[in-house]
Design a protein. Sequence first.
Length: 323
Amino acid sequence: MNAPSRRRTSLIILSAIVLLAVGVTVGTTMARSSDDGVPPVAALPGAAGMGEVELLVADLAPMVEFYAGGVGLEVIEQTSETAVLGADGEALVRIVRAPGLGTDDPGEAGLYHSAFLFADASELASAVVRVATASPEAFQGASDHTVSNAFYFADPEGNGVELYVDLPRDTWTWTDGRVTMGTYALDPNAFLAEHLPASGPTLAATGVAMGHVHLRGGDVDAAERFYVDVIGMAVTSRIDSAVFLSAGGYHHHLAVNTWSSAGAGERPEALGLGHLTVTVPDAATVDAVEARARAAGAVHERTVDGLTVLDPWGTQVVVRVAA
């Protein structure tokens, strides 16, 4: 089969599953009133970002296949109980077998989605085709968020997965320290027609990182207090039911919403999110987070790997120096 034919085949594969994502525009633009172009300043250094997300799962094999064969991550290490996947030697997902736990409840605090940031639109298009081809039932939608283009899936155990590419930073609008974001229709087939390599999708991803992590929580005010006052991020956008935060002027490294979990209390032990990781440039930054955690009365523990702090719902946030 020649290259154009492979490309047409990829588009046909997606056409059956993307109709729900086309023709819907949700105008949820989040911004304030005067355009000054200046992002907020966070207590965390600008070099901070997101690292490994741990997932507790019932069945290891299909999860590894989804993140390796679909998303395109490399398997860094694997045993019968654990698999670590990532890119360029950096761990992005740790999958741990925990068959005795119950299923994740969307009414409780937990993971909304892990968001994998691709280096360019071509890499994203390849990943979308790989996942949609292997797991067409996993597709949930696609959106233009003004700062990024994103495709949404669910992994084999129902954990949310976002695959996205940022739009150029000089096109982002900052207004009184808030970034303008929205949720608008993105035509998946048009995106693939424009960006998929002529030779067809690549077999693996390059230049992919954990761009952000989006959580479910019980209260937006409590989420903001913890992730600003303890972790040290700055609020980049907020609506009544969600808050978005980052370091270094990024649109968001972390978000917490209450769309299905308003009023949730401490997380029960269940499958789904084990921990998320915030990476920082040096040990002094870990020390500063530890001092803020102590001052706030947040449950925390210093280990050889960094600092683990529990958010208001018991979610483990690991703060460690980037490798």
